[in-house]
Design a protein around this ligand. Structure first.
Ligand code: ADP
Ligand code: MG
Length: 238
């Protein structure tokens, strides 16, 4: 197995474990504005995905990611299965040359694009897109503009996703089952945005572990995301 292939397998195992640990939490969120299946769907899907990934013979990163995507599509079901799984199948192609800062950004962008294509949701619709968009944008900007090490960029992306999850609470759902509730969806945290955050947190933990570094300290409440020093950006006389 390539080293990057092994990293993706480790990431999938970590995500499966985390989602299983959060199963009841996710189900609770989905019972408030949906049909109470998100925890069960995701736990089953990721457990099957981890099993399928570890059964692969000497895989590279792209093959593992593609296998996981296909398994999620087949096993998760509901609205979120094709969104998580189908988008991953497409984005996996960007890992053809392994995992680098450049391929990771391409992967993240393709994944977001495919979720948007398939679900037709945008920021503000109270869906997983509300966590994913700030995470992907912050990751790309941190790498391409701020030139941060990828692990720091990923830590900032996780912070951004966390804010995105909080942002779903005061919104009205405009896509998926929660939208049937109309204004009654306001005041609830979106389950798919929450599971997206858990996945991002596990990717960060595994990346730090593989690099042999601590998870970089970030402060989700700090205004320094994504700029390092917002004072520098302040206009004259402000
Ligand atoms: P279902 O709604 O079919 O029961 P799940 O409970 O597994 O599926 O997933 C619900 C989550 O899917 C929501 O919390 C939301 O984040 C996400 N979701 C639903 N519809 C869409 C959509 N059109 N675009 C993006 N995300 C969506
Ligand atoms: Mg549901």
């Amino acid at each position: 197995m390539t080293e990057d292939g092994a990293t993706v397998v480790a990431a999938v195992e970590a995500v499966a474990e985390r989602i299983e640990a959060e199963r009841d939490h996710l189900t609770e969120l989905d019972s408030a504005i949906g049909d109470a299946d998100h925890g069960g769907n995701m736990a089953r899907g990721w457990a099957e995905a981890a099993a399928a990934a570890s059964d692969l013979d000497d895989p590279d990163a792209e093959t593992v990611a593609k296998t996981v995507g296909k398994t999620l599509m087949a096993e998760v079901g509901g609205a979120s299965g094709p969104l998580f799984g189908g988008s991953l199948v497409f984005a996996a192609g960007d890992l053809e040359d392994g995992i680098t800062a450049e391929t990771a950004v391409a992967f993240a962008e393709t994944y977001l694009e495919k979720v948007e294509d398939r679900g037709d949701a945008r920021v503000g619709d109270q869906t997983m897109v509300d966590a994913l968009t700030p995470a992907v944008h912050t990751f790309k900007k941190s790498i391409e503009v701020d030139d941060l090490p990828p692990i720091e960029a990923l830590a900032k992306a996780v912070d951004a996703a966390e804010r995105g999850v909080a942002f779903t609470v005061p919104l009205r759902a405009r896509k998926g089952r929660a939208s049937y509730l109309g204004w009654r969806s306001v005041g609830h945290q979106d389950p798919g945005a929450t599971s997206t955050l858990f996945i991002a947190e596990e990717l960060l933990a595994v990346a730090a572990d593989r690099l042999g570094v601590d998870v970089p300290e970030t402060d989700a409440s700090s205004p320094t995301i994504p700029d390092e020093d917002p004072d520098e950006a302040e206009p004259e006389g402000a």
